[in-house]
Design a protein around this ligand. Sequence first.
Ligand code: SF4
Ligand SMILES: [Zn+2]
Length: 203
Amino acid sequence: MPAHHGRAHRPAPKGKGVPMSVPLVLLALVALGIIAAIVLVPVLRVYRGTRLVGCPETKRPAAVEIDSIRATFTLFRDEPGRLRLTSCSRWPEKAGCGQECLGEIERDLESCLVRNLVAGWYRGQTCVFCAKLIPEVTWSEHRPALLAPDGTTVSWKDVKPENLPDVFLTHKPVCWDCHVVQGVVRERPDVVTVRPDRDHLYS
Ligand code: SF4
Ligand SMILES: [Zn+2]
């Protein structure tokens, strides 16, 4: 029989540290997140952006956007109806249509992108004011603008994508610098002196 020396037997204390498996799981989750971002973000970019299509019903241009998240997460599912639209310039009037224009997008995802259409239009064009070659459009900074038939310069954010084909026919290219100068001349004629003649800026 074991001898007791007046002390009660206490169980050994349990470890208080974080189990080793928790940091490992967190590490695995972070690694998975990084891999997912590296793989999925470029795919997401392929589907993002406004596209110009010809509506099969009206034969007129319409601006649409794909459900890029759904398209990305169903990338490897070769099923009909994988691509769906989240917006169309003809909605809500035509909301609930069969989205037949998706066929045009599926045939060529890139060439109907508005940003590609606009960049292609400017390529090789010179500014109507300074005659300098318009640099390649990057959309991140110093976007070129347009000269409208009424003589004012127009920023792209004020142009509806579905009007693009008409705008290409009726407007002229303006570089960023001239667009800024034109804006100041138009809005603050009291502080700007134009030589030799102000009128030519608007014609
Ligand atoms: S979503 Fe419908 S209304 Fe809009 S362009 Fe496509 S088919 Fe036409
Ligand atoms: Zn210019």
